[in-house]
Ligand binder design. Structure first.
Ligand code: HSE
Length: 299
């Protein structure tokens, strides 16, 4: 008996909601197949796709940590063999660890007798995500599981708000061939930040969410700006300033780092404009000597 699930790449933070806002993309994703085995253990089988050098120990791999816990919690008298097909590059800021964790637990949930509600699936997936980043945050796992744009208001208890996205919003996601570990990208953020910056960022977060509910694209344009985290992480991404400027010059509503980087995302009105923005961003990376892949998809 086996089951397969696909989970998409996600954009965390969305500029203004560090660790709490994220949206699912229609670009690439991870596919995980979970097979039932007689032993009450989790084995890692085949690893294929764009990443193959992943940990082979079940308690160190983001896809399998949640399954180890699931066997114990549900008192299962069987275990799982897990095959991981990675579509999301490692250390790309596109939510690869969240996607593997979500796909694995969604596939496994098909094989257990218990009914697992979305909150339970989310909790198991979060265990996997925390192995990768050394911290628990839901801005990738939540949209990966629910789809669309989500606000993870709280993880304990789980409180997720699905935020409406105005029609015709398109996401440009550009993945430069650089690699940044989330762990390192979290270390560059100062532990204390100026109150004034916090006030500015709160205004942008509130403006962005209000803009989504009111379908007010100009409010979204004014608000989609990261004052808090981006200035500290931008130096890790070669060419970032020029790439961001290129996106804005070609009409993007906003442009910032996707998750912990190095990928960069932009929100654009209409996917036709998205294609122009994509070309401008890829060419700005190329001018900085960095090759990049890119996707344009409705949010
Ligand atoms: N919110 C996280 C960060 C996303 O920016 O560090 C990366 O997993």
């Amino acid at each position: 008996k086996k089951a397969t699930a696909f989970a998409p790449a996600t954009v965390g933070n969305v500029a203004v909601g560090f660790d709490i806002l994220g949206f699912a993309t229609d670009s690439v994703g991870d596919k995980v197949t979970v097979e039932r085995i007689d032993e009450q253990t989790v084995e890692i089988g085949e690893i294929s796709g764009v990443v193959t050098d992943l940990p082979r120990k079940a308690d160190e791999n983001t896809a399998t940590v949640g399954l180890v816990q699931l066997i114990g919690d549900c008192g299962l008298d069987f275990g799982f063999r897990v095959h991981i097909d990675k579509g999301i590059p490692l250390g790309s800021g596109m939510g690869g660890s969240a996607a593997s964790a979500v796909a694995a637990i969604v596939a496994a949930s098909e094989l257990v007798p218990q009914d697992l509600p979305p909150e339970a699936i989310l909790s198991y997936a979060l265990l996997g995500e925390s192995v990768a980043s050394g911290d628990v945050h839901g801005d990738n796992v939540t949209p990966c599981l629910y789809g669309g744009l989500t606000l993870t208001r709280s993880l304990e208890p789980i409180d997720v708000v699905e935020i409406p996205v105005p029609d015709d919003i398109c996401c440009v996601l550009v993945n430069p061939k650089l690699r940044i570990d989330t762990f390192r990208a979290r270390q560059v953020i100062p532990k204390e930040l100026p109150l004034e910056t916090f006030v500015h960022q709160s205004a942008n977060l509130a403006g962005f969410i209000s803009g989504c509910y009111r379908e007010d694209l100009e409010l979204i344009r004014r608000s989609l700006r990261d004052m808090l985290i981006e200035p500290h992480r931008a130096p890790l991404i070669h060419g970032f300033g020029k790439v961001r400027q290129a996106a804005l010059d070609h009409g993007a509503l906003g442009c910032s780092i996707s998750g912990s980087g190095p990928s960069v995302f932009a929100w654009v009105e209409h996917c036709e404009t998205g294609e122009e923005v994509r070309d401008a961003m890829v060419s700005a990376f190329s001018d900085a000597g960095v090759e990049a892949n890119a996707w344009v998809s409705p949010v």
